[in-house]
Design a protein around this ligand. Structure first.
Ligand code: F42
Length: 148
């Protein structure tokens, strides 16, 4: 059941441009991080305060149809704002290329988090550098497909 609501564009120009180009092209354009060739997905969340639909480009971390999203924000001291949306409204959508599906999100800890953190760093090695830059533990959230 697709999320409904008014779209609230991100105030980050580069990230907004990528999410919008990705979605407008049906997942055929803007699908990598700049010229790195590393794949990107687009997460849609419902704003924790605004109720607006927020669209966020993120690195693609996938295993057997499940995805992890990493609230790294380049190692900034604060969590990205989209992280709070997931906690408040765990029903999210994720677009991977041309495929967009509904997922239920939950924050990982312990062994589960270790497993997915390793997968995330393998997919995008700078995550390890980002964690070095900040005292906050970078949240890792698992997105599991909502069937039906
Ligand atoms: N960010 C990551 O954290 N991890 C990644 O792997 C990642 C990869 C990536 C790849 C390509 C690309 O173009 C960008 C990438 N980014 C990655 C950056 C990512 O897309 C976001 O720009 C970044 O994580 C910051 O997210 P943010 O949600 O903090 O964005 C800010 C700039 C923003 O848009 N703020 C909005 C605003 O109006 O100021 C509000 C956002 C929002 O969701 N507000 C909530 C609401 O209710 O609407 C309230 C949230 C709250 O605080 O309760």
């Amino acid at each position: 059941m697709p999320l409904e609501g008014e779209y609230g564009p991100s105030t980050s120009d580069w990230a907004r441009a990528q999410a919008e180009a990705y979605e407008a092209s049906g997942g055929r354009e803007a699908t990598t991080l700049a010229d790195t060739g590393m794949p990107v997905v687009v997460l849609t969340t419902v704003g924790a305060k605004s109720g607006l639909l927020r669209k966020t480009a993120l690195m693609r971390v996938e295993d057997h149809g499940r995805y992890a999203v990493v609230a790294s924000r380049g190692g900034a001291p604060e969590h990205p704002q989209w992280y709070w949306n997931l906690l408040a409204n765990p029903h999210v959508e994720l677009q991977d290329g041309p495929v967009r599906r509904d997922y239920q999100a939950r924050q990982l800890d312990g062994v589960e988090r270790d497993e997915w953190w390793a997968r995330a760093v393998a997919a995008y090695p700078p995550y390890a550098d980002y964690q070095e830059r900040t005292d906050r533990v970078i949240p890792v959230l698992l997105l599991e497909p909502i069937e039906g």
